[in-house]
Structures are given as C-alpha cells and as structure tokens.
Design a protein around this ligand. Structure first.
Ligand SMILES: CC(C)(COP(=O)(O)OP(=O)(O)OC[C@H]1O[C@@H](n2cnc3c(N)ncnc32)[C@H](O)[C@@H]1OP(=O)(O)O)[C@@H](O)C(=O)NCCC(=O)NCCS
Length: 326
C-alpha cells in the first residue's frame, strides 16, 4: 500500500484526497448536475475544512470515484456529499463501494456519528427512498440571465414590491456576528415558527441542526442574512451564500438563496434584498437557485415572471432531505 493509501478493496485503492488530486477529480466531473457542480469551486477548501473527510478511489492509479462527508451536530451526524463516479465506470456498483468504504472510514475516525444525512435534487422513487427517512422536500425556483438582465430584473422586482405593499425602500441583507446568529437561530421555538424542514436549517444543500457547534459551520460560509424585523421574533429568515463559479454554459456564476418562513410578502422582500445585495458582484451568466417551503413557490414564481432578461431555468423541482441510521 502506498503511504497515504487508507484502504483497498474490489481492485480499488482508497486515499484521502489531497490538493494535488484536483485535476484528476475534475477529470471525472464533466457535466455533473447539468453544469451546476460546486466541486470545482469547493474542492481546495474541502482539503482543510474541520470535520471533513474526502475519499478518492483509484484503479490502477486512475481516479475513478470520489465521496465526501462532513461531520456536524457536535460529532453525531455526517452529511455526505460530492459523490461521483468516472463516466465509463458507472452502473457497476462503484458508488456503493466508495460509499461503504467512506462510511467505514468515518466510523473509525468519528465513532460518535450515529446519523447520515444528505440532500439530493433528483427523486429516485419510493423503492430507492425506502432505506431513508425522508425528512422534507423543499421547492426550488431556478432563474437565469446575464448580469445586465439581473440589473433591470431587480429594479422591476423593487417597483412591484413598492406598488404592492407599504414598503418604500429596498429591504437589505447583512452579515450576522455569532451573537446575532445565536439570538435568531437558538431560540427554542425557531423550528416551528419558521417551519424548518425536519427541524434543520439547510445551507446550500448542507442540512444542519440548530445547535451552537453548527453555528461555527455557518460562520465559515460568509452568509448574508435577511431577518424579518417586523415583530419581537422573526417570522422569516433567509440567507445567501456568496456567488461562486460553475461550469454551466461555458462558465457562469451560481447564486444560492435559502428562504425560511411562509409569508408571501416577506419572501418577496427577502428575495429582492438578496438579489439587490449582490448586483455589483454579478458578471456574465448567473444561475439563481432559490430554496423554500413548497407553499410559497407559486407566489414567488409569479413575482419573478414577465421579464425577458431573466427567465425560469427549469420548472418546479425539489430538494429532498434524507436521513439514515449510521
Ligand atoms: C450517481 C452516481 C455516483 C452513481 O454511480 P454508480 O457507480 O453508477 O452507482 P451504483 O452502480 O453503485 O448504483 C447506484 C448507487 O449510487 C448511489 N446513488 C445514486 N445516485 C445518488 C445520489 N444522487 N445521491 C446519493 N447516492 C446516490 C446509491 O447508493 C445507489 O445505491 P442503491 O442502488 O443501493 O440506492 C454516478 O452516476 C455519477 O457519478 N453521476 C454523476 C454525479 C451525481 O449525479 N452524483 C449524485 C450524488 S449527489
């Protein structure tokens, strides 16, 4: 076994991924998620992220599969993500082999992990879902356009917002320090008030329990928040992850917004605030993915309709939140 090899089975050698594996990992990642792949942007930061394990499998030296897990919830849960298999090796059980190996490796390293959690954007049907506890389904609205288009789109949204409500200035997003985050997210009734999916907060596909140790994970993500300030406690909370590059359409930016709460007006205010907050950072083609409670999808879709410059990229689709004993 080579020195950094962490195991062998089924003709494969497993390694902890290192920075120098970047090109090989990208070599098996063409066209993943229709160009929306986050891994080209995240791979290097994953190498140093606390609680993160990234495993690659090589066959005769060639990288053929990758899987990753992030240990959260104070060491009780692993979020798995990044799974991919080299195109010419798909359909032969390789995904299952690397998942089994990675699970075993994480169990050794973090014996306190009891639960495995994941999100996925495709629905494999009831048969495949039987092995999971399906905690929730979130609705996703996908928009796309170029940066100039978003400029006039946001102006249009603001105008509609002012005309349809008593708001006279554009709502804004801000960074939250850890104290502010604690006050909003560690409030005992936050899960029911914001109707959190499975009592979790999903940040750009990573589902986290609301507990102090996970706030450090959120702090690392450089999020910008919209917090409803109309009452003593917020009935709507949302955040966006900074724009990041994706391969889509020869190179685009991806902008993810996670919305929590079901009030239509607050949802429209939040969406406008998030888009307005990044207008100056938008360049070239931009894909915006907005994740929300299914009950507000129709209203938000309507709010965004009627613009030639920014269009819906795909029809209604869902983000599935799944859990399994580990
Ligand atoms: C999805 C993919 C990894 C499957 O690889 P594969 O070697 O052909 O898969 P296998 O032959 O082992 O069989 C399917 C297994 O893949 C896993 N799998 C497939 N899609 C998955 C998904 N979206 N999320 C998690 N696991 C998935 C399951 O463990 C499944 O096992 P099951 O049949 O017991 O449910 C592969 O097609 C691929 O790389 N696709 C592009 C990347 C991608 O879509 N990844 C999704 C993960 S988020």
């Amino acid at each position: 076994m080579a020195s950094h090899c962490v195991g062998e089975s089924d003709g494969l050698s497993f390694y902890l991924a290192r920075q120098e594996d970047y090109n090989d990992a990208m070599g098996i990642s063409h066209d993943i998620y229709g160009g929306m792949d986050y891994l080209p942007h995240r791979f290097l930061s994953w190498m140093t992220e606390p609680g993160r394990v990234v495993i690659i499998a090589r066959r005769a030296g060639k990288l053929v599969a990758l899987e990753s897990g992030l240990v959260v919830d104070g060491g009780e849960t692993v979020i798995v993500e990044g799974l991919r298999v080299c195109p010419n090796e798909r359909g032969r059980g390789l995904a299952r082999i690397i998942q089994t190996f990675t699970d075993g490796y994480i169990k050794q390293l973090y014996p306190g992990v009891k639960t495995k959690r994941l999100t996925r954007g495709d629905d494999p049907g009831p048969e495949k879902l039987r092995k999971f506890n399906v905690l929730a389904r979130r609705a996703v609205l996908s928009l796309w356009g170029n940066s100039a288009g978003f400029e006039s789109f946001v102006s249009g949204l603001k105008k509609t917002l002012y005309e349809s409500s008593s708001i006279s200035s554009c709502p804004v997003v801000s960074k939250l320090n850890s104290e502010a985050m604690k006050a909003v997210l560690l409030d005992p009734d936050v899960c029911s008030r914001l109707l959190l999916p499975g009592n979790l907060l999903i940040q750009d596909w990573q589902p986290l329990k609301l507990m102090e140790s996970n706030l450090q994970v959120l702090e690392r993500r450089d999020l910008s928040w919209f917090i409803d300030g109309s009452g003593e406690k917020p009935w709507f909370v949302s955040f966006h992850t900074p724009l990041y590059p994706i391969p889509f359409h020869g190179g685009s930016l991806r902008f993810n917004i996670d919305l929590y709460g079901t009030d239509f007006t607050l949802a429209k205010m939040a969406l406008t605030a998030h888009l307005d907050g990044v207008r100056s950072e938008m360049q070239g083609m931009v894909v915006v993915q907005i994740y929300m409670h299914p009950s507000i999808w129709g209203e938000l879709k309507q709010f965004c309709e009627g613009y030639e410059v920014v269009k819906q990229l795909r029809d209604y689709w869902e983000q599935l939140l799944l859990e399994q004993d580990f």
